[in-house]
Design a protein around this ligand. Structure first.
Ligand code: ATP
Ligand code: MG
Length: 920
């Protein structure tokens, strides 16, 4: 392919992003006869094509909230949920491990992180913050380039009937620097499918080599583009479909290695495909968006949407239409998946999106208050069949959007007021103070984006103190980095090559069933068995497989079986030690075990040499394990109690536990009241008091599918799956007629649990905070820690009671009143930080606030009403000192303040002391 042609096409593609040409107002269906297919029909046709013609399994869209992947803010591609397959870490007992060829329609959000299209939204006619990605996958070499290209071509040209001459394709032209050859295989496949040679272009790594991140699986891709112009002249290309051939791994040192298994990963934007099939140049002129645009017109009473972009879009009305329509879809989908507008990470991005939508709707479209929320039902109507979670949460979405819109509008009003007030204090050439702008901004109090604050100032013709603002921003960053939770050390991992090698050798996954081998002695204590195992493989710290390790070496051990619980399902990993059989006096401490693709890697520092084939005996740290068991069973009881108290729709969002404490995130409309917190604790205590049996059993995953009340977290479950049921045998709990899961705690869970609830002892919620709007994080302790927390609460309640009594007795003496006030402050600090019941903390905080106010009033009264040393008044004293410093002073007989300047503070203090001594 001539380089000039490739460059021309590249320029076209880049230019296209904001090209007004795709904003053409005319509808140009390429086939005049049948009416254009609806978006629903287009989506369905894609899925049935891959299912019925090519034997693909259909899988549902994953939530837009990434599952256990801190590198992502939002799910931004269909492949995200299949990452464990590419990395080789998929649990072999999960349904996903069996996936060979699958297809789906994935909800994607590109509004932050590596893929961020937020700035393009509204300006062009092809990028959205939320869009649907249609994809098909072939895992482990099930099929590769030829079949993937053939299927795509067949679907586009035969099923959807897109004329072949409107399609262009690109392939990877190689990267000599990285030692990568051009992907001529893909080029030849396209030519063999009949694509005209002039429509086959090659590009470099930036366009046609796809990487998941800085490291990890990657490979060349081939893209299918559609020519919007279609007049045989210069093409106007828009990318429709990207076919990625994953065959390499980017190593930590930057080099590329072949992957043990190859995969096909494709993605096509539904909105763009529908635009093509509905004969329009804009995704907004499709039935996915037109109901929203209509609703915007009606709701705001503005002139109809005309699809103009750039300079032609006078007053940015059409851009505002697009921004609002796009953003309300994103907000609805995210909130339905449990990501609500908030203060950091993805929630913060969502908050910005909401505020951007409010600004465009109110400032450009002159929307009435409450307008954004009124668009939610339109989104639910267009997308609710494909993504039922939207219907399920529609009321909550409306509420959240409306509340946030109202809050933002109120902030805007207050912001304007504060700006006006500040301006009154400023001289004509003064800069607007950075502190005030900061307090108005997203990082400060009112949550107005800084660019908006600047705009508001610009309207007033004032300049902002930008240097001061930069300093504040830097201080904030430093503060945050100090506050950030220390990143958890990742520990030793099996990399994609090690996993591929184990799979190639047919090494079976680690048998970790002995982790469940424990029993309850008649005395009430637990007996944990040991486990004998063989060393199958050893790994050095950098993940290299070795046959032996030497003294003092940190290493990873793969055994044929284990009784260690590897970190998963929110339960901390076991710790303990192992010994070599026959050499029981040398302990190899094992601080943690991690699971990867069904293989459990034990981390150890070898005090002696160890080699493959050695027999070892494993011992878990029993106190640690028992602590985890107590906390895990308590977590289930807490989950159950929350549903009892807050209603059956209450959803768990996540949890984590170790022997010290348990953390539980729950979706809530508002913070829990002290009464609710107490009620939750009461329900748990009741279940603990009854010392109910905890039943655990593995069952086929299918048996759990329709059990009323049984919840599935957003997790990949193994099949068979373990069911944990409190008080009711598992078979009965799963019997649809029993309704048991509505009446007791029944959960799918791989954790290690107590065999009876009594050992939880007690549970106290000691902390509660809003993680983001709609999510509350609870911290709880159990057993003795819970008892101690109650005692601390009692003691503090008594102190507060005593202080209240002292206060109510009244005082004639300022010093005594001041001491009381100080005591209130000290008590408030203690109550704020103590490990005590949260409900009680909240009650005492409320009481202390009132008491503190009363104490302060009492001091003021005594000070003003009681002063009797007229010769030596505070005012006279202050005046004497301040006038000495060239300043002034004012006040009453008992309190005074003043100003003055001095380079010698000591001298000023000496003057003060001398004056006082002279008077007394
Ligand atoms: P573009 O260059 O147009 O931004 P991309 O290279 O970022 O696209 P991919 O990451 O390959 O796109 O995603 C696969 C497909 O998803 C694209 O071919 C396109 O059809 C669609 N797509 C990507 N980003 C968006 C978006 N922001 N809005 C709508 N569709 C999108
Ligand atoms: Mg893009």
């Amino acid at each position: 392919m001539a380089a000039s042609m490739a460059a021309a096409a590249r320029r076209l593609r880049r230019a296209f992003r904001r090209s007004p040409l795709w904003g053409g107002l005319s509808r140009r269906p390429f086939s005049s006869e049948p009416p254009p297919a609806s978006a629903t029909a287009v989506r369905d046709a894609f899925l049935s094509f891959f299912r019925d013609r090519h034997g693909h399994q259909l899988v549902p869209s994953a939530s837009v909230r990434p599952r256990g992947d801190p590198s992502l803010l939002f799910v931004n591609a269909g492949m995200n949920q299949f990452k464990p397959i590419f990395l080789g870490t998929v649990d072999p007992r999960s349904e996903m491990a069996g996936f060979r060829r699958v297809a789906n329609s994935q909800k994607c959000v590109r509004a932050g992180g590596r893929h961020n299209d937020l700035e393009d939204v509204g300006r062009d006619l092809s990028h959205h913050t939320f869009f649907e990605m249609l994809g098909n996958w072939a895992f482990g070499g099930e099929y590769f380039k030829e079949e993937a290209c053939r299927m795509a071509w067949e679907l586009l040209t035969q099923v959807y009937g897109i004329p072949e001459d409107r399609l262009w394709v690109s392939y990877f032209g190689g990267d000599p620097k990285a030692g990568l050859d051009p992907d001529l295989e893909s080029r030849d496949i396209w030519l063999s499918l009949g694509v005209c040679a002039s429509h086959v272009l090659s590009f470099g790594p930036q366009e046609n080599f796809w990487e998941m991140g800085n490291t990890g699986p990657c490979g060349p891709c081939t893209e299918i583009h559609y020519d919007l112009a279609g007049r045989g002249g210069a093409p106007q290309l828009v990318e429709l479909w990207n076919l990625v051939f994953i065959q390499h791994n980017r190593e930590a040192d930057g080099s590329l290695q072949p992957l043990p298994q190859r995969h096909v990963d494709t993605g096509m934007g539904l909105e763009r495909l529908v635009a093509v099939l509905q004969g329009t140049h804009s995704t907004y002129d499709t039935d996915l968006f037109s109901p929203l645009l209509d609703a915007i017109q009606q709701g705001c009473g503005v002139s109809p949407y005309l699809g103009r972009v750039g300079a032609a879009d006078e007053g940015r009305t059409d851009m505002a239409y697009r921004v609002v329509a796009d953003h309300i879809r994103t907000l609805s989908v995210c909130i339905a998946d449990g990501v609500c507008p908030g203060m950091s990470g993805a929630p913060l991005v969502l908050r910005r999106i909401l505020r951007r939508a409010v600004r465009f709707s109110t400032e450009v479209l002159r929307a009435p208050p409450g307008f954004l929320g009124s668009l939610v039902p339109v989104v639910v109507e267009t997308l609710g069949d494909a993504y039922p979670e939207l219907r399920k949460h529609s009321a909550q979405i409306v509420n959240l959007v409306s509340e946030d819109e109202a809050a933002f509008l109120a902030s805007l009003q207050r912001g304007r007021h504060i700006i006006d007030q500040t301006l009154r204090r400023l001289g004509p050439s003064d800069l607007f103070p950075a502190e005030v702008a900061w307090s108005l901004s997203l990082s400060g109090n009112l949550g107005l984006p800084l660019d908006l604050v600047e705009l508001m100032l610009e309207e007033k013709g004032v300049q902002l103190d930008s240097a001061g603002l930069a300093r504040l921003a830097q201080e904030e960053t430093q503060h945050r980095s100090r506050q950030a939770e220390p990143a958890q050390e990742r520990g030793l991992q099996l990399n994609v090559h090690a996993l591929g090698e184990l799979q190639r050798r047919g090494v079976p996954p680690t048998d970790d069933s002995p982790k469940y081998s424990y029993s309850l002695r008649p005395s009430g204590g637990y007996e944990f068995g040991t486990c004998e195992a063989q060393v199958l493989q050893l790994y050095t710290e950098d993940g290299t497989a070795v046959a032996s390790v030497g003294k003092g070496q940190r290493c990873g051990l793969l055994l044929d079986k284990t009784n260690f619980y590897a970190e998963q399902g929110g339960q901390a990993s076991d710790r303990g030690y192992l010994v070599r059989v026959g050499q029981e006096d040398v302990l190899f401490p094992v601080p943690r075990a991690q699971v990867c693709g069904g293989f459990i890697l034990h981390e150890a520092v070898a005090p002696e040499g160890l080699k493959v084939g050695d027999q070892v005996q494993l011992h878990v740290d029993e106190a640690w394990r028992l602590g985890c068991m107590e906390k895990h069973t308590a977590t289930h009881l807490l989950n159950w109690a929350l549903r009892q108290t807050l209603g059956p729709g209450t959803e768990q969002q996540g949890s984590h536990l170790n022997p010290e404490r348990l953390r539980f995130d729950v979706a809530t409309q508002a913070p829990l009241t002290p009464e609710q917190l107490r009620a939750v604790e009461g329900t748990v205590q009741e279940a603990v008091g009854q010392d109910e049996a905890v039943y655990m059993e593995e069952v086929a995953l299918a048996r759990t599918a329709h059990v009323p009340g049984l919840r599935f977290l957003d997790e990949v479950y193994p099949d068979p799956v373990r069911v944990v049921s409190v008080g009711v045998p598992v078979a009965e709990a799963l019997d649809l007629a029993s309704q048991a899961a509505l009446q007791t705690s029944v959960e799918l869970c791989c954790g290690t649990h107590l065999l009876r609830t009594g050992a939880v002892g007690d549970l106290v919620i000691v902390g509660e905070r809003q993680l983001s709007r709609g999510t509350t994080r609870l911290l709880a302790v159990t057993g003795e820690q819970a008892q101690q927390a109650r005692e601390v609460g009692q003691a503090l309640a008594q102190e507060v009671g005593a202080a209240a009594e002292r206060l109510s007795r009244g005082s004639q003496d300022v010093v005594e009143a001041q001491r009381l006030s100080k005591d209130m402050g000290r008590l408030t600090d203690a109550v704020d930080t103590a490990v005590m019941p949260q409900w009680q903390r909240r009650e005492l905080q409320a009481t202390l606030k009132v008491l503190q106010r009363r104490a302060n009033t009492a001091i003021r009264k005594l000070e003003t009403g009681q002063g009797t040393t007229p010769a030596f008044t505070a005012e006279a004293w202050a005046l004497a000192v301040c006038s000495h410093m060239g300043g002034k002073a004012w006040g009453s007989q008992v309190v005074a303040q003043g100003t003055g300047t001095t380079a010698d503070l000591e001298a000023a203090l000496r003057t003060a002391r001398a004056y006082a001594l002279n008077q007394l």
